[in-house]
Ligand binder design. Structure first.
Ligand code: ZN
Length: 113
């Protein structure tokens, strides 16, 4: 079985040296987290528990200036940091997808962190 929860957050970012993204600007990020495993007594993992855990993880970045959190705050860097954090908290963590605005996302698999 697989299930997915999502949360969004807003943050400022700037990519040093990037021709378009080196100016401080903002994005709304959507983070989708997938978990996979067998159900026990009818549930894989409780949805509300997963949403709470994901919320806590993204709150570390919500309304922050990510250029002060990461040396290079790309969607890839944020996704890898979130995946590492979530994998340590959720044994059934499978992957996450982080959207930077509309139309573009980065996916990180559990074995990549
Ligand atoms: Zn950007």
């Amino acid at each position: 079985l697989k299930l997915r929860v999502e949360q969004t957050f807003d943050a400022a970012t700037a990519l040093p040296g990037h021709e378009r993204c080196d100016v401080l600007h903002g994005h709304t990020y959507k983070v989708e987290m997938m978990v996979q495993g067998q159900e026990q007594a009818g549930l894989l993992v409780d949805f509300s528990q997963l949403k709470d855990t994901l919320r806590q993880a993204v709150d570390a970045y919500d309304h922050r200036d990510l250029s002060k959190v990461f040396p290079y705050p790309s969607c890839e860097a944020i996704g890898l940091a979130l995946a590492k954090d979530l994998k340590s908290k959720i044994p059934q963590f499978s992957s996450l997808r982080i959207w930077e605005g509309e139309g573009k996302w980065v996916e990180v698999e559990s074995q990549e962190v």
